[in-house]
Write a protein that binds this ligand. Structure first.
Ligand SMILES: C[S@@+](CC[C@H](N)C(=O)[O-])C[C@H]1O[C@@H](n2cnc3c(N)ncnc32)[C@H](O)[C@@H]1O
Length: 215
């Protein structure tokens, strides 16, 4: 299913084309390579389970569907939506998640506006927000709108690069590492848990954040 948020909006089309161009190749090697640097993806789901037992879950930028599969096992009674802007990534997800049938819904969607306002008990961003360039503030606003009262946002992502050459290299791969996400999240959600961790002795930092929607 395609719910397009891009019609008539040039910067949305650019973002969509940029991601699809990048992931047309990378979707094939994603699951074989990303374990070595996208740290904490499984942990954030376990951490979220300490704070919320969701009936409806949204993963933004669900990629190849690895997190959706863990979410489905961790929360067997939940129905789950995964949205992504790249068809190549969504195709990988579709293949991986066939067994779950209608319990996992997959949408081609540019997350610059809510999917279903007030509907989700848990919204997960796993290494997505640093790739939403521009528009990560809009994505966080959309998540606030998508969350039901008392719902939780869970995020794991790059925080800061340990050196300017590393941050520049990551920007070639469309990743922004400027440390702005965590302070922003702590302002718009009520923090329940947050932590900053070093990868490879400080080559970069990544963060965990769990926050609840403000009443
Ligand atoms: C680094 S991957 C993370 C995939 C998965 N969440 C994981 O943890 O492995 C980032 C994903 O975000 C998606 N993405 C980037 N910008 C997006 C946007 N504006 N709306 C929806 N998805 C987006 C990309 O297509 C990509 O699949």
């Amino acid at each position: 299913m395609t719910l397009s948020g891009t019609a008539g909006n040039t910067s949305c089309c650019i973002q969509s084309a940029k991601m699809e161009r990048y992931y047309r190749l990378h979707s094939h090697i994603y699951d074989y390579t990303r374990w070595s640097f996208l740290f904490g993806r499984k942990n954030i789901i376990g951490m979220a389970a300490d704070f919320v037992t969701p009936r409806r879950i949204l993963e933004v930028g669900c990629g190849t569907g690895a997190n959706l599969s863990i979410l489905a096992k961790t929360f067997p009674d939940a129905s789950i939506t995964g949205v992504d802007i790249s068809d190549s990534m969504l195709n990988k997800s579709r293949r991986r998640l066939k067994q779950y049938g209608a319990r996992i819904e997959l949408l081609n969607y540019n997350y610059n506006r809510p999917v279903r306002r007030g509907c989700y008990d848990l919204v997960l961003f796993s290494y997505t927000l640093t790739m939403v360039n521009p528009g990560w503030q809009e994505a966080l606003n959309a998540a606030t709108a998508d969350l039901a009262p008392g719902g939780c946002l869970a995020a794991v992502d790059f925080h800061r690069g340990g050196s300017s050459w590393f941050s520049s290299w990551m920007s070639v791969n469309h990743v922004r590492m400027e440390g702005e996400l965590l302070p922003w999240m702590t302002q718009i959600f009520d923090p329940l848990f947050q932590s900053e961790c070093k990868a490879y002795g400080g080559l970069w930092q990544y963060f965990y954040f769990i926050g609840s929607k403000r009443c």
